[in-house]
Write a protein that binds this ligand. Structure first.
Ligand code: 3HC
Length: 289
């Protein structure tokens, strides 16, 4: 466990937030997962239960560790009650700047002065939410990857006035989760890993839209020629086409660069509500999802 952080609050019980909370609870932190909707919490609980039970079945974790994690984890809609005793809040809500700014302003009011406020956003850099608080030096990005229970990397991204102690505490926290911190020197939308991924995705979607190859064959090439565990289209379905779409829009809004706008085929899927695994259909079909 990190020395300065004992109690962790994760806001947003979507795919990322729920697994981030599980990772923290598994590492021994007293953890609360918060969502404004009870049904989202119920869904997160069921998803985590089946994931963690499967890990036990497969011998990846012990039953005792998983039971101990459930003891540490609270799922609640009462954000302010848990925020009042948090050492670290990880915001993993929707990729919408206005909503994030109001969340950070409210957190600043209800959290104790020492609480670190971080955002899991990959695209909204923390300087854009830090100035909604009176503690910008305690704000940074802590960017996890999907599926957070599995992926090792967590990017630690300070903004100009993030205190070095905040970066150190965030880095130590990531290490205490058994994950690999990747520290950036300064903020840039998309950070490092997503910029690499975006370049690949942009090219993949371009090849598909230009009729060069079917999306399945582009995935096949990424896996069999480049050794990627998933192709770019499979990965969009895992991450969520809604997330991909909103990230691109946020980048456009920050840079004004029209090439950042979501591709036509991605926009069509977003507008049709075909978000990938979570809705049962994206680029591929997921019966029973
Ligand atoms: N949640 C939790 N655990 C999962 C999971 C999920 N959605 N999907 C797979 N796993 C775990 C499970 O433990 C699974 O075991 P199980 O089959 O017994 O349940 C184990 O991984 C192996 O899964 P699979 O046999 O289905 O497949 P793989 O061996 O290919 O592993 C993978 C799955 C780890 C997801 C692997 O394919 C991979 O590494 N894919 C690339 C993921 C990636 O690039 N993530 C980054 C996305 S970008 C991002 O998150 C940034 C954000 O800002 C958008």
């Amino acid at each position: 466990m990190s020395t300065d952080i004992r109690t962790v609050v994760v806001l947003g019980a979507g795919t990322m937030g729920s697994q981030i909370a599980a990772v923290a609870a598994l590492a021994g932190y007293t953890t609360a997962l918060v969502d404004i909707r009870q049904e989202q919490l119920d869904h997160a609980r069921a998803q985590l239960r089946s994931r963690l039970d499967r890990d036990v079945e497969k011998g990846r974790r012990t039953r005792a560790d998983v039971d101990a994690a459930w003891e540490q984890l609270t799922l609640t809609t009462d954000r302010d009650a848990v925020a009042a005793s948090a050492d670290l809040v990880i915001e993993a809500a929707v990729e919408d700047l206005k909503i994030k700014r109001s969340i950070f302003a409210e957190l600043d009011r209800v959290c104790p002065p020492h609480t670190l406020l971080v955002t899991n956003s990959s695209n909204i850099v923390s300087s854009r939410v830090a100035d909604a608080t009176d503690r910008p030096e305690k704000v940074c990005n802590l960017h996890f990857f999907n599926p957070a229970l599995v992926m090792a990397c967590v990017e630690v991204v300070p903004h100009e006035t993030t205190a070095p102690e905040t970066v150190d505490a965030a880095t130590a926290f990531v290490e205490s989760l058994g994950k690999t911190p990747v520290r950036l020197k300064r903020e840039v939308p998309g950070f490092v890993a997503n910029r690499l991924l975006n370049a690949l995705r942009r090219e993949a979607v371009g090849l598909y839209e230009d009729g060069v190859a079917d999306f399945k064959d582009i995935d096949l090439a990424a896996k069999t020629a480049l050794g990627h565990p998933m192709g770019p289209f499979e990965l969009m379905d895992l991450v969520g086409i809604d997330v991909v779409y909103l990230i691109r829009l946020a980048e456009y809004e920050q840079t004004g660069d029209p090439s950042a706008l979501p591709a036509r085929s991605v926009k069509e899927k977003y507008e049709a509500g075909d978000f990938g695994r979570k809705t049962g259909r994206g680029w591929y079909e997921y019966p029973g999802a």
